[in-house]
Design a binder for this molecule. Sequence first.
Ligand code: ATP
Ligand code: MG
Length: 345
Amino acid sequence: MSERKRILTGIRPTGALHLGHYAGALENWIRLQKEYDCHFLIADYQVSDYADNLERVRESVWEVALDWLAVGLDPEESCFVIESLVPEHAELTTWLSWFLPLGMLQRNPTLKSEMADFGKKSVPVAFFTYPVMQVGNILMPRANVVPVGEDQLPHIEMTRELARRFNRQFKEVFPEPEGLVGRVPRLVGLDGQAKMSKSLNNTIQLKDDSDTVAQKVRGMFTDPTRLRATDPGHVEGNPVFMYHDAFNPNVDEVNDLKERYLHGQVGDVEVKQKLTTALNNLLDPFRERRSYYETHLDEVRDALESGTARARVVARETMELVRDAMGINYLNDPPRGADRATPNS
Ligand code: ATP
Ligand code: MG
């Protein structure tokens, strides 16, 4: 297992997973899990924006694990890791934050826009510094590849920079990881907002039943300029067609719908019904596996417990390397030349 190159990637426990996670990230995870030694992280240190709703976090840790199993991630092959149960993540973050200039964090575009979402509410310090922790998450297993959605790329760039700084100043400890963006870099929300996101309530969840999917698709934002089915419509920038492109494997059907839509020969109802069918076909096998695990929660627990334990072994190894490289293994390193140098020996 340790021969394989490593992947580290993660998700915040802030809700059940959605189609954006699937197309932006999970598809790659599933594809790569045999080829790489994968660490999939439930990043519960990084939800300071949910500090007043820890109940949601607690539930979401399980929801995320269930969704991972539902889409076919294999906990024997890969580690499912609960971040705060590997407290070395907090430790590494502390050391790394020594080497990260404040300006780099202030300029991070993803962080900037997420902080703007707080509006008038105050931003916790831990939210401002969460990207540093993400750097620590990636460096901890000395990961080579990080499959993520496009919004996470600035954090990976920061990771590469910090790895270079650390290696240059001390010793080559960390590989410079590559980001790997999924087939759909950033899936728009049902409401047409730039990103489908757990926190924005504009999602189709992987666990939604078929009626819920139908209802959500019926309510989806479409071409606002089109009043009647006979009006020529816009396909470009229309979320319904973006979802067809992303999730309907029947390319001929999609092309035919686009053609007719452009010429005012098809109504939104038909376009949306066909999308609903495509989505339900995608989600059916996930629902089936999920319902098995919902009645076998002991297996979910085992997956979390054993993955976290395996990741912790790697984390301890890394922290030894870090301490050695930085020359801060104080107790192994008494002052030179003095008789009093080795206490207890
Ligand atoms: P939150 O709103 O709580 O931040 P989120 O929906 O953004 O939740 P995260 O846990 O932050 O989800 O992201 C997990 C992974 O899924 C990241 O790699 C992220 O880039 C990817 N991802 C999330 N939403 C999308 C999306 N709409 N399109 C593509 N990738 C996405
Ligand atoms: Mg997010």
